[in-house]
Design a protein around this ligand. Structure first.
Ligand code: XLS
Ligand code: NI
Ligand code: NI
Length: 436
């Protein structure tokens, strides 16, 4: 069998004292952390679009990535040739899952029918490699944003023909995901938003988007797809405003259009920060609605206001994320997808490995620390104590819904002036440092 990364060994766990850059320092797949192995907790996935298709171009310059296995053509043959490269990458990194857009894995044809045909052929190839390696599909999605026909949106395009085209693409992407045993299907808004309201009927566009998602839910039922549907919030880029701008906006949309029972959220770190939120804020908003489903793991750059999709190597970030994941009882149909790309300067194939090793180690460390924090219970106890005035007496009546403005007026007039206890933020920040 041809080897595409001949100088890269299979990455194994060597522990914190290893100075081998091609080894894990924290990620030990079979190690148990409170009753589950690390691999079961973390459910790492690689993004086909970044690993195989990202040429590392930016708005000011051409791609730099060296991909000796790729002839640069948009042909079916080239697409088929990428598949074994990707599976060698998954094998060597020990990543169990992957995610794709339909157009990452297979090219547009000369007609829509040929496009669907291309997809089916690559899906067969992927199925064969999954079978041979035991690798699994976490989620699939359709690329409804790259082709010029989607310049004004897909489900929210002012053109019904574009809407129909996008629907056709989703039908096939959903069926491909089903055929590959994917446990989820993602809708990221892409160009579902607007550049300006001066030419936009926002209400009509949002209603169309809801229609589109209902069609997907109906089709899933029809074909027996039992994977989880996810929406991935993002506030802007490429559009000025995207309708699924943050977790709260998505939840409101899903509720308004009776979709909440069918959808969870796939929360991406860099999208959270673009929305002006922290990642843990977005995760908690989703968790509060029982809709924390999956994570696109990456991070932004404090100095750049765009979706830089950097690899998540920050221990604090990984710890905070894993605390939220553990608090909801872990992933079910979702996982941790590295929706992350190397910097344009890191153009050699081995950089793909350094990038993923670092992300996996950060999350492994984050998992261990998060588990210790939760097991020790100090933060949990502090927060419980902070709200204890609602556990009994007047507070319990408020929570139970048996208090009224009238009864609280009577209470407050008789009670002593309220006393506050310190929020102890700095003390808790120090405590977090103790764990890291
Ligand atoms: C883009 C999104 C995209 C989705 C899948 O910013 O993160 O990559 O994850 O369409
Ligand atoms: Ni993403
Ligand atoms: Ni993104």
């Amino acid at each position: 069998m041809a080897e595409f990364f001949p100088n890269i060994p299979k990455i194994v766990y060597e522990g914190q004292n290893s100075d081998n850059p091609f080894a894990f320092k924290h990620y030990n797949a079979e190690e148990q952390v409170s009753g589950k192995t690390m691999r079961e907790h973390l459910k790492f996935a690689a993004a086909y679009w970044h690993v195989m298709r990202n040429e590392l171009a930016d708005p000011f310059g051409a791609g730099t990535a060296l991909m000796p296995w790729d002839d640069g053509s948009e042909t079916l043959n080239n697409a088929l040739g990428r598949v074994p490269v990707f599976f060698e990458f998954l094998e060597k990194t020990g990543i169990d899952y992957y995610c794709f857009h339909d157009r990452d894995i297979s090219p547009e044809g000369n007609s829509l029918a040929e496009t669907h045909d291309n997809l089916a052929k690559v899906v067969d190839e992927l199925a064969g490699h999954q079978q041979a390696t035991g690798k699994k599909l976490l989620w699939g999605t359709a690329c409804l944003f790259a082709h010029p026909r989607y310049a004004q949106g897909a489900a929210t395009s002012p053109s019904a023909d574009v809407f129909a085209y996008g629907a056709s693409q989703v039908k096939h992407a959903l069926e491909a995901t089903h055929r590959l045993g994917g446990t989820g299907y993602v809708f990221w808004g892409g160009r579902e938003g607007y550049g300006s309201l001066i030419n936009t009927d926002m209400k009509r566009e949002v209603e169309h988007l809801a229609r589109f998602l209902h069609m997907a839910v109906d089709h899933a039922k029809k074909i027996g797809f039992e994977g989880q549907f996810f929406i991935e919030p993002k506030p802007r880029e490429p559009s000025t405003h995207q309708y699924d701008s943050d977790a709260a906006a998505c939840l409101n949309f899903l509720r308004e259009y009776n979709l909440l029972e069918h959808f969870q959220l796939n929360i991406e770190t860099n999208h959270a920060t673009l929305a002006g939120h922290t990642m843990e804020h977005e995760l908690q908003v989703a968790a509060g609605a029982g809709a924390l489903g999956s994570i696109d793991a990456n991070r932004g750059d404090e100095l750049l206001g765009w979706d830089t999709d950097q690899f998540p190597t920050d221990y604090y970030l990984a710890t905070k994320i894993m605390m939220e994941v553990l608090k909801v009882g872990g992933f079910t149909k979702g996982g941790l997808n590295f929706d992350a790309k190397r910097r344009r300067e890191s153009h050699e194939p081995e950089d793909l490995f350094h990038a993923h090793i670092g992300g996996m180690d950060a999350f492994a460390r984050g998992l261990k620390v998060a588990d210790r924090i939760i097991t020790d219970g100090k933060f949990g106890e502090f927060i419980a104590t902070r709200y204890q005035s609602f556990d009994s007496g007047i507070g319990a009546e408020i929570e139970a819904g048996s208090a009224s403005l009238e009864s609280l007026n009577t209470y407050a007039l008789k009670a002593k002036a309220p006393q506050l206890t310190s929020g102890r933020q700095e003390r808790l920040e120090n405590l977090l440092n103790d764990y890291l």
